[in-house]
Design a protein around this ligand. Sequence first.
Ligand code: TXA
Ligand code: MG
Length: 351
Amino acid sequence: METKVYQWNPTGENGEAVAGAAAVLRSGGLVAIPTETVYGLGADGLNGAAVRRIFEAKGRPQDNPLILHVPDGTWLDRCCAAVPPLARLLAETFWPGPLTMILPRAACVPDETTGGLDTVGVRCPDHPITRAIITAADTPIAAPSANTSGRPSCTTAADVLEDMDGKIEAVVDGGSCIVGVESTILDLTAFPPRLLRPGGLPLEALEKVCGTIALDPAVTRLMQPGEQPKAPGMKYRHYAPKAPVTVVSGAPERSADYIRTHLSSGEGVICFEEFTPLFTGVSVQSLGLSTDKDEQARRVFDALRAFDGTQVAAIWAQCPDTAGLGLAVANRLKKAAGFHVIDAGGEEARP
Ligand code: TXA
Ligand code: MG
């Protein structure tokens, strides 16, 4: 099949792209859509047959549920059997934005979308063309990240085409994703609410509204055999480039020095911008300055993907501390490494 590319026009008319993408979705087709986090691979989330095609295109395990994307908070009632006041408050505070809420599913949401669970994830993405497309399609859009299952997520339309060209009806090119890591997933069917995946909305911002939040163990460590994370997707090796990754945490000077002394020839490095001069002649991807976690979030998947075009035998990655967006960036790097983490020490204790 030929994959059509619709171009977003940020300053003018998008009527044709919106109508074209919405028509494909209404008829059960697949459209990759831009969001502020990563590109999504969208289908009509209430059409089980359309949703099955997402799993085929990605090679995704069937038990891994999808997030429904909506254009505003009023659609919570279309997707969920019950909407607690805290969910409405969070939607008012953080939507559109990188927050997915897990809530009881409405009867109209098919098993294909929820992986057979009685809950559903819902989020309102912060990209105007995508909200316009969902409104025009008049159905919630199920969309996992648009990468082939297991690969790093896509933050540009070119990344999507690398994985999906010829497999889906269309891609909407909405530019580079401004956040760069996926949404934060909060389970509101648990008490206290439980963080299932750190993401583009920092935990500290959620705690200001919700109070105490429990951390699912899958956020910080590898699941043991027989252990089930609440978000089924968290159990898979993920975001992984082809070469094995070792993450080095700790104070940036210490982790850079550790990598410099342990690096062998033919290996690649992901490091903070200020340490790139330590690695001249080495295949290096910069993660941005050690103090700029927004940039690290935008760069992390690109840095991981970039090595797939090279012959590096192994990858060493410096890792930020876990405050703010650092929790999500560190989680993506550690998952890419299968939680193979070395602590170089010297990190200041945080309050
Ligand atoms: O930012 C994002 O969330 C992106 C963009 C496209 O919106 N989407 C995304 O989808 O990251 P995906 O499918 O790659 O990750 C969704 C995660 C998976 O780990 C899945 O297991 C979990 O959400 N999930 C979905 N529904 C769930 C549910 N009802 N209960 C628990 N976890 C759920
Ligand atoms: Mg994904």
